[in-house]
Design a protein. Structure first.
Length: 107
């Protein structure tokens, strides 16, 4: 099964990143992960992740130790490709908000 993986710098300083990975079977997404990462103490850490690990599509919000603090499942009728696209749009639109929440900054 073909796999596509890439990362994209979101800010001008190389501190915020968008990571993307999909596995396809005959042109259909079967596995995916898309996540926003920020830099803390010189190390990139995941902040929010969308994936379909564990057999269902969901969003995970993480703490600085990399522990899931919130898991939000998607509707079961969504295809992996649909769930992936929701995650992509959300991260692109809201990474700055996620960063502030993660770092405990006020708005």
């Amino acid at each position: 099964m073909p796999e596509i993986e890439y990362e994209l710098q979101l800010d001008d300083h190389g501190l915020d990143w968008y990571r993307f990975r999909i596995v396809t079977d005959r042109g259909h997404v079967v596995l995916f992960t898309t996540q926003y990462e920020t830099t803390v103490d010189g190390r990139r850490v995941p902040v929010v992740r969308y994936d379909n690990a564990h057999g269902f599509a969901h969003r995970d919000k993480l703490n600085r130790r990399g522990e899931v603090i919130e898991k939000s499942p998607f509707a079961a009728e969504l295809t992996p490709a649909q769930a992936l696209n929701i995650g992509i749009r959300d991260i692109r639109a809201n990474w700055r908000k996620y960063r502030k929440e993660f770092l405990g900054e006020s708005s």
